[in-house]
Design a protein around this ligand. Sequence first.
Ligand code: 0X9
Ligand code: ZN
Length: 745
Amino acid sequence: MDYSGHWVVRVDVQDASQLEQLLAISPDIWSEHVGFGQPIEARIPPDRVEALNASGLPYTILIDDIQKWIDIEQAARLRRDATWFESYHTLAEIEAYLDDLVANFPTLISKYPIGQSVEGRTIYGLTITSPNGPASKPAISFSGLQHAREWISPATVTYIVDRLVSQYAINPDVTAMLDGLTFYVAPVMNPDGYVHTWNGQRLWRKNRRNNGDGTYGVDLNRNWDWSWCTAGASSSTGEETYCGPSPASEPETQALVDYILDRPDIVAHIDWHSYSQLVLRPFGHDYVDPSEPDYTIIYNIGQDMRDAIYATHAKSYTHEAAYDLYLAAGTCQDWVYGVAGVYSWTIELRPASSLQGGFVLPPEQIIPTGEESFAAVRELTDWALSLTRTTISLPNGAPSILVPLVAETIDVEIASVGESLVPGSATLHYRYDGGVWQSEPLTHISGSLYQATLSGATCDDEPAFYLSAEGSASGLTTDPAGAPASFYAAAVGEFIVSFADNFETDTGWTQENLGATSGDWQRGVPTNDPNWAYGPATDSDGSGQCWLTENENNPSYPTPYNTDVDNGAVRLTSPDFDMSGGGSIAYDYFLRLTDSDGSDRLLVEASSNGTAGPWVEVARHDTDGGLSWRSHVITQADLAAAGLIPSADMQLRFTANDSGTQSIVEAGIDAFSVTSVTCEVTTCVTVPGDMNGDSLLDGADIQGFVDTMTQSPYFSPCADMALPAGAPIDAADISTFVAALLALP
Ligand code: 0X9
Ligand code: ZN
């Protein structure tokens, strides 16, 4: 209830009729004792003032606006500890403070675990919204403290959270923000690192992963799966920007990945860092910008946030692309926009430079930093509050291959924010023959989850599909965008490993020395030479043997030893393998480099014409992987991009090169496999009506038969009961099929 304009008045009541008059006008007598000849205090709502004046009762106004007093009271209650934001706090203090907020405002904020750090600490998430407003609110998410030493980050995020919950129903802006939006907040993404900075290592940046080589920590803001470790990041464990052994290898990163992907209502994200006073928009891994219409929206919001910050305390923040600062790959901001499709920014908070303390910002600046940051968030919410959007996504992806004659179910997520989904508008559009699109409604499972079913396909089909839905305000949307011109296409068949080599036997690989003075490729069990700290301890797939650059197990040497490639290149070439049906090539590789300037590398080339070539580059590994094996897949798309047409006469070769200054180049190859797609449905030719391919005609074939007869475009030649199969199926096949079933013993 809003008491704006409500008065409290004092009336001297002389007799019963005056008392009656007052009781008729005021809904709420404040005095405890009511009688004649004594003053009575009563609340008068604004719409009763006229009646009060008309009554002729003499009165004095004691309070002219009750709401003002309530506001003051609330503000005081909420600032339970006025000094909280005047100093930085430990992890335990921050968590206790948030628990307190939850206890005080249980209808506005909740706190829950979203993951665990390397050292087993809980990473918390907060949901902040009001019980009022529409059912489908757009959401904004924040991540704080990826970098342990940036203490102003969780302080600012906590300030924003505090203000959102404590000003709700007091400040109309905040009320609108929580009525119209949801906020998902991870205030401390890197709890281990934060604790470490409170235990004497004030300038620690990374998480607290034990890298196993005496060094600690992965830079979480280089660990996200977006162009991972390709620029402005290091694969050396001891570096401040160590990207980790693989994308999202760190539980802290993964926790946030899941947190964001599980919440399709998120439309914008801010990753809070310090320092330099910057508002950074994507991308940062390379000199590329988001495409339109996103770019203009992201750009304009960035400008508005910068201006709002300046308007608060006249602090100049620079708004620019992240790549303008420096290239850095595998950052949160790029992943959030690039993978999750959520508009995202990195905000680097105060101070402007290290002259003002750098990461060690004086605590009296927490509140002003919080205030200007709140102003930036307020700008962002202005955009989000007017957003109406319906998005379709496939949480488990689109099938790239359909097993012949088997129906495939696809999960579809349809999320509407700021609007509702037009009932019955969720639709699958499909065609198997390149012709006209057919459509059928999706099946609603629960909440925003739907399912589409692609019926079974035959080998010569070319299944294609897309999805559409309609938002009540935004209209029709499709996935993929731009459908039906673009659509999902699937092959029909099954993946089979057509060539696999664990290097336990000689399958015909050849080694060639291109002028190196050492490091010839050799097949064998890694010697794990105690005097050579650069080789792998074991092979990758556990079979025992692999190929390594100089791995001497020659009995004529006193002890097994290992050494690397020097002063030139050594090449390992595969035997022929068949990829005429298309497919992909996978292998594990070991690459220890002490000079990662790009000239030392393991070059991977393919030929679709055997040894004769031409040889075309299909991959280039030039980052140091420490003592770990890594995996790589060369997809059919990679081959196509390199201009190679898969053939029955494929070969791959690996060239390890030590050029320029002499340095360590130790390379290995293991777990080599070629996977191709084949499609064969032949069993029904010998057993008409064998729909499931088990070479029997029995009750298990009934469903497939019915599907084939009833679900266009489900067509299986196996339903043709007249041999040879493949002729058109017709009603005569139904009676033959039924008769054959009835004749079963
Ligand atoms: O390097 C980072 O992770 C961020 N700066 S910080 O000083 N807080 O460490 C900035 C990342 C911004 N992205 C790019 N420059 N690509
Ligand atoms: Zn940072």
